[in-house]
Write a protein that binds this ligand. Sequence first.
Ligand code: PLP
Length: 370
Amino acid sequence: MTIPTKTVADPRLSHGRWLRIPGPTVVHPNAVAAQTHDMIAHRSPEMTAFMAELRDKARRAHRTEGNVLMWAGSGSAGWEAGIVNLLSPGDKVVATACGAFGERFASLGTQFGLDVHRVEVEWGQAVTPELFETALAAAGPVAAVFITHNETSTGVTNPLRELAALARARNALILVDAVSSAGAMPLEVDGWDLDWVFSGVQKAWMCPPGIMMAAISERAMHASKKTGFNRFYFDLGPMAAAAEQGTTATTPAISLLYALDAALDAVLEEGLERVWARHHRLGNEFRAGLDKLEVKVLAEPGYVSDSVTAFRSPNGMSSGEFQARIADSTGIVIATGQGSLATSHNRVGHMGWTEQPEMDATLEAIAAAI
Ligand SMILES: *Cc1c(COP(=O)(O)O)cnc(C)c1O
């Protein structure tokens, strides 16, 4: 088997730092190394001790004293698991649809037979508290809201704290897609009283893809006991019960849990707030660099994302052409757009194991490609 490897001339881009897409992101070196450890039995004292530590770290990283559970799966598993555990067919929900991912969350709800009321805005704009409140008022009593915290397709961060407060006032369960925000920007699961907050570990958590992690409130645990979708793999009940015993309901992705444990160590060692501040700084500096190059950022000011920036592909180039130019000349891989922005916009991720040097290299590459 030949595993593709890549070497780039620029030393700032070693250790895979040329990968500037919004996930998978550059894997933290300690997470890379952790995966080479031997397997352990998933029902053993070793596992119990390991899981207790891992779950404690995951709780701290989510700012919650509640449950944090992990399933083998990508981030998308969080949409499905949230729906089948917390809702019943026919339930009414309000969903923020401000880009490709919010749209997918809403569509998934429809596919499962929920009565989905979308809050739609032009891509690049945020769902403001005013718009959200209007949608909630129009919808009447709802079982839940679906909020995309950070819309990865547009580089927009929705004002989660404010939106959640409006939903809480109406007694709705709050399901949050935090796939590209958790570990990158302020997110207070308990402080903001959120119910189901899920992410994939291949984004800001600096791990290889393959685990979905969800922070779950008591309220959500309770709701899951009464709600009506058939489910097996994503059933919260057995997973939570197993977690109490220091194990998992089915065989976990043990190597990836090792990686996650090492990555969470790195996050907590740096300090969660310092991690958030670093992302904030890198995002702002990257966009300032784009401004200088007269490259047009998509996101409306005030709602720009600390983890990913979407911008119009310069000089009338298609996004694919611009992406290829940069890859060919420097080895740096940026993303194209998604959905209606697929050919008109590019995206650059600045989340996870990322610092100034590789962002500078990326800006230089963009300047040269222009
Ligand atoms: C990446 C992403 C997803 C989907 O995650 P997968 O791991 O590809 O399944 C969902 N929502 C958001 C906001 C994302 O950025």
